[in-house]
Design a protein around this ligand. Structure first.
Ligand SMILES: [Zn+2]
Length: 186
């Protein structure tokens, strides 16, 4: 049985639930492409199967932010995913804030060691700052998924150095997430 990884590319085009912006970049386009690269890597690996929340750049889920999140979770639950990975970019009013963090629902979850492995690889391969694995039990996609879940904030779209990485290293982010998955799950 293949390990089924549901990849949720955060936000979408079309104004339903747009993401953060900075330096001419928009979050939903970065998360779309990183997810596409990651799905491609996984679907070309024996023993893995990946499904995307947004298979095309124009896919829109739901009609506002909460129904969009609900649609992603419902899709992952119906598919019977083994793991749920949501991809986002962080933003702050303080342009010096930078780095990668990975959110999990609770420290006892099986998602904790996977989150740590993915974070380690992003920091090592892309060169972002290590902001740690953090518990956040309020995030809807972590709360309502039936399987171990995590949410990756790749880097800060509002920090100039991070924004350059988000612009130029989208494949490297996907490769690092892939490597983190493979190191932990085999
Ligand atoms: Zn986001």
């Amino acid at each position: 049985m293949a390990i089924k990884i549901y990849i949720d590319q955060g936000h979408s085009r079309g104004g339903v639930n747009g993401g953060a912006e900075g330096f001419g970049l928009v979050e939903q386009d970065i998360t779309f492409q990183v997810g596409m690269y990651l799905a491609d890597l996984l679907n070309n690996t024996p023993g893995y199967e990946a499904k995307l929340s947004r298979p095309t750049i124009d896919t829109v889920l739901g009609y506002n932010n909460s129904t969009s999140l609900a649609a992603r979770v419902a899709d992952a639950n119906a598919w019977g995913a083994d793991y749920f990975i949501s991809i986002h970019c962080n933003a702050s009013e303080n342009p010096t804030y930078n780095g990668t963090e990975v959110y999990i629902y609770n420290e006892l979850s099986r998602s904790f060691p996977l989150a740590q492995s993915i974070l380690n690889q992003i920091v090592a391969e892309v060169g972002t700052r290590d902001n740690g694995v953090r518990v956040n039990s309020r995030l809807y996609v972590l709360r309502r998924t039936n399987m171990p879940s995590l949410l990756i904030e790749l880097a800060y779209i509002t920090n100039p150095q991070d924004a350059e990485k988000l612009r130029n290293n989208q494949f490297e982010f996907a490769q690092a997430i892939y490597d983190g998955i493979r190191i932990h799950l085999g």
